[in-house]
Structure formats: C-alpha cells, structure tokens
Write a protein of this length. Sequence first.
Length: 232
Amino acid sequence: MVIAITGFNAKLMLPPATFMAQAGLSQDDQIFLFDNSRRMLLGGVGGELDSFAKLITWLKSAIAERKPHTVFTLGSSGGGHGALLLGHLLKADRAIAFSPYTYGSREKLAQTEDPDQVPFARAIRKIHQLPAALHQYLDLEPLLRVWNGKTSYEVHICHRRHWDRKRAEEIINCPKVELIKHPCSGHLVVPVINDLGLLHHCFGEQPKEAFKQLYAAMHRVTKHDALVGCLK
C-alpha cells in the first residue's frame, strides 16, 4: 500500500499518475491525501476527515482492512513532512520524502531563520492557530528521535540546495533516517531523478547504496562535478 501526500500544488513534483507510473507503483493499492488548507495534514483533509485524529483513525482502519504486505508513505515538499509524520505514527515499513519540510514551530523557524517562512507566512499562521495539542507534530526531530521499532525513513534532496539540505540534516541523526543526495540544485528533486530514468530506484531495496553506485558509474563516464557530492 502506498499512502501519498501531495505538496501544496496537489502534485508529487510530477502529476500523481505520472509519478506512480514512473516509480513503478501503478499497480499498488494507493491512497492520495491533499491538504487544501496547507496545514500539514494537522487539521485533517476535509469532509468527514476534518481533524488529524480522524485522519489517523481512518488510515489505521484502511490498513487493517486491506491487510497490505507493506506500507509506504511518500510525499514531496509540503507533503514530505506528512510522509515522515504519518510513516512514524502509522508504523509504516518505509517513509519516503522528497525535499521535505522537517519543522514548523515558531521556535524552530526563528532559530533557523528559514527563508521559506516569508512566502508561506499565511500558511504558517494557520498552522500555528491549530490546537496546542497538535503542535507536538510540527518539529519532526523530537518525534523521530525515538524510533517506533519498524519504520525506515528516506529523504531525497538536491545536494546543492542549501535549505533543503539543512532541513534534512535536522533529522539525519534520528534512528533509521537516510539522506540520499542527487545531482541538482533546485527544490524540485523528483523531476531530476525522473529525467535520469531512476525514479523507480527510490522504491527498491537499499536506495542510498543503489544511487551511490549509479552516480559513481555516471561520474566515471562523464566526470561531471555535480555527481561528486552525491557519493558521500
């Protein structure tokens, strides 16, 4: 089962159907979540699932009813936070995030001086207006620091994108978290991976090692400097 959380533009940096096809996930049982309110799923997704508690309960029921062999959560950009959070709370097998936001509290935003708090100021205000009990889910590092006993977390970023790297490094020392770097400098890492024909490798076994080997082989041929940072 794949539980996919789209970003603020209702995409996975690609149209969802394109992403699933290129990733080799089209035949998997799929649940798509889009938070039109831009509150990182913490206010629910609307309709009958109009709270975070209701959303979690519904997802747990869906997993119990469908009895999938494995459960992946995945998300990009604004949906990357949800992918990591839901993966942790649902005890998914894997949580896979592309250029995710890993914090959102007032304190952390002030400490990091994250520049994206300016263009997303309206969304951040709405998030901070949520009930105080939900604020524990804004910063992922304190949550992921205590492993749930099951989930592995994989974070994909462009290695030359400074702020995506900094956000990822917030959780890099948490158990079972791997950072996978790609040869690019923008926020939209998925199209880069897809253009290289490698998106399906994100969902194979040992993706970090697989990408290191692929990029090492490419570097031996092309000698392209952009690949060097992906080999560490």
